[in-house]
Design a protein around this ligand. Structure first.
Ligand code: HGY
Ligand code: MN
Ligand code: MN
Length: 411
């Protein structure tokens, strides 16, 4: 009988939340920071204590394997991320990593020796915070990005991914991160919903059937700086005011599709030179545009591009656009979903099928393995905020369903 040790899982989530560059209850844990290194070391020790074989690849994806009886068979995998955006919560990603660890331990405690190995993965840099693109570890794993990322991706200090990962102790060619389709027999990810639907419906589990298509557009606006008091308004080419109109164009594009699944915002806006009494001469803004329908998302991007060209001409500023990522959505695998559904039914747990509006490493793992996700409710649907919260019983239920599904797929 598979049983989850909810108390240990809660203690481990608390311990992991302690590795943070922001005061509790917020969590900030940016990839390859000192704090991230400490959290990684702690996590690897927890996996070793469970008797798992631990390895890391060239970009810091961490793999902890419970050996099955037939090592020639592709393993079944589960996992998520432990990096956290600034001033985030303590459950995004970590529930899937530590819930996956507890699921494996519960399978071990039940005396189950699966035929297929079960591998827990902690993906590097699921959040776009440091290198501007999300799911870096799983993108390199599935081939959505290649080794050129090592030099093309840079952080705010203009340090390349290769420099930063080497300083964090991860060497070797990024080519070696790539895993072939078929490397895993299936991939499952447990995650908080990061939305309000499960809590509103009073349903403890969500079976994710599809994951929305994310895109990030970087817009750079060059106007003319100057003294905020001395330059008269007719003579100004204020880069931030052009950026403000672009941000409103993002909202208009998302609201204009008529579909509730179209969303967009500007989450990053750097103003140069950044002094209250200096007219912004340059602005860099990153736009986050998503939809579960890829064609509709593309139309939003086109509309925003046209709007920014009109704004540039009217305000006599120079605007350049770069698409950092524009990924297709994914649909989850029916067999992997069936394993999760069977696990929920085995324990009389109600569930609803739903799409994920957040992206996850599953979006990329689905390119190389049959993939599905299981969601648990989070209070008020809040996430990416210090007041993000999932109850111990919801987390334990998610880990139980994950454990049963893993055991079934690995049998
Ligand atoms: O932004 C996302 O969807 C994910 O939480 N990184
Ligand atoms: Mn997140
Ligand atoms: Mn996440």
């Amino acid at each position: 009988m598979i049983r989850i040790d909810g108390d240990q899982l809660t203690r481990e989530l608390e311990a992991l939340a302690g590795f943070s560059d922001a005061p509790a209850p917020a969590v900030t844990r940016v990839v390859f920071s000192e704090t991230d290194a400490k959290a990684r070391a702690w996590f690897k020790a927890q996996c070793a204590a469970a008797g798992l074989a631990v390895r890391e690849d060239a970009v810091g994806n961490t793999f902890a394997r419970y050996a099955g009886s037939d090592s020639s068979l592709p393993a079944v995998a589960t996992g998520s991320h432990i990096d956290a955006i600034p001033h985030a919560g303590r459950y995004d990603g970590t529930v899937g990593v530590l819930g996956g660890l507890e699921a494996i331990r519960a399978i071990q405690r039940a005396g189950i020796r699966p035929r297929r190995s079960i591998e827990l993965i902690q993906f590097t840099s699921e959040e776009p915070t440091r290198f501007g693109i999300g799911c870096l570890g799983s993108r390199l794993m599935c081939g959505s990005r290649d080794a050129k990322s090592g030099t093309s991706l840079k952080d705010k200090e203009d340090r390349t991914l290769d420099e930063v990962r080497a300083a964090a102790g991860f060497a070797g060619s990024l080519e070696t991160v790539r895993l072939a389709r078929g490397h895993y027999a299936a991939f499952l990810e447990l995650h908080i919903e990061q939305g309000p639907l499960l809590e509103r419906a009073g349903i403890p589990l969500g079976l994710v059937t599809a994951i929305a298509a994310p895109a990030t557009m970087r817009v750079t606006i060059e106007g003319e700086g100057g003294h905020a008091g001395a330059v008269l308004m007719p003579d100004r080419r204020d880069a931030f005011l052009a950026a403000a109109e672009i941000a409103l164009a993002v909202e208009a594009a998302a609201k204009g599709t008529g579909a509730i699944d179209s969303v967009g915002t500007c989450g990053l806006c750097d103003i140069f030179p950044g002094a209250v009494n200096s007219i912004p001469s340059r602005v860099r803004m990153d736009l986050d545009i998503r939809d579960i329908d890829e064609a509709r998302r593309e139309k939003m991007l086109e509309q925003i591009a046209r709007a920014s060209d009109e704004i540039a001409a009217r305000r006599k500023v120079k605007i350049t656009r770069e698409t950092l990522n524009a990924d297709p959505p994914c649909t989850c695998d029916t067999r992997a979903l069936a394993a999760l559904r069977g696990a929920a039914q085995k324990h009389d747990l109600k569930f609803q099928e739903m799409v994920s509006r957040a992206y996850h490493d599953s979006l990329f793992m689905s390119r190389i393995a049959p993939t599905a996700m299981v969601f648990i409710p989070c209070r008020g649907g809040v996430s990416h905020r210090p007041d993000e919260y999932a109850s111990p019983e919801a987390i334990a239920q998610g880990a139980l369903v994950l454990a049963e599904a893993l055991a079934e797929l690995a049998a």
